[in-house]
Design a protein around this ligand. Sequence first.
Ligand SMILES: [Zn+2]
Length: 333
Amino acid sequence: MFPTTDAEVWREELKDFVPERIFDAHVHLWRPEDVPDGMEIAPTDLGMRSFHGYTVEDFRASMDRLLPGRSVGALAFGAVHKDLPRERINRYAAAVQDAGPDICCLATVSPSDPMESVERWIEGYGLLGYKPYLNFVEHKQQDAVEIRDMLTPEQLDYANERELIVTLHIPRKYRLAEPLNKEQIREVATSFPRITWIIAHIGRAYFMAALEGHIEEVCDLENVYFDLAFVGSAPVIAHTIRTVGVQKVLFGTDLPVADIKGKNVDFNNQRLYVTEEPKPWSMSNPDLDLTFTRFYYEELRAIKGAARELRLTDSQIEDIFCRNAERLIPGRK
Ligand SMILES: [Zn+2]
């Protein structure tokens, strides 16, 4: 009756909506052999708790299953955990990038990484930019980390000089709604104007109260883009597109976590994950006997809902799903 299984959701709700060409701007790829034995993984670390690794072969297998018949490119980077060996993680990213034109990669970068390493990852390996992360900042409590702590001035100058991409997962409890974050997004975007800034997960504003009135304060920055990774709300995506413009929005999913059965939901101005199987980071009740589809399909459903609400044209939908991101990648314009 209602589409609920993966196959039904794809066939009946998504197949006719999703364009032929897709570019996913937010994918994590790493090899299980690069994860040190005994590395401590927090219960709330969705990706590393659920996947020992996610290689380019795993990614292609997910794509053949989730998006049959589509041509898929990606902007990818390693898993983000402070104890992963970034040299090995970034070397793998470079090997993935070298293997074909469809996947481009960023280096995972900590403020503690010396410029010598950063230069090797960018100039030596040819990676297109940085993926910093808040838990790479080790000299502060996690909830006190600021955007300006996540990369050093030297790393930023270098990125600006070389016109790199930086995918930024913003810190702090209230995410995009934090005045300090909005100030610092503006500050880094204007001080480093040749960097292409991609604000991951729309600034982690997964519900309207976290977004409305806040994204307006950073919507005019020419070099700032927003990826849709792991956003499950059509109103949030519609408001984002309306505020920042179609051209600034990039399809992204946060694979491999997006390949789990579940949905990112919100209630009472809070976000939570519901999943089919109980996880330390989700709400789940197997007794209810509910049928789930993947986060990935729920993300696509949300984009479809936003596209309908805004009456986007096919061409605008293609911009979001691939052309906007491709314009940012050197050699792909
Ligand atoms: Zn991610």
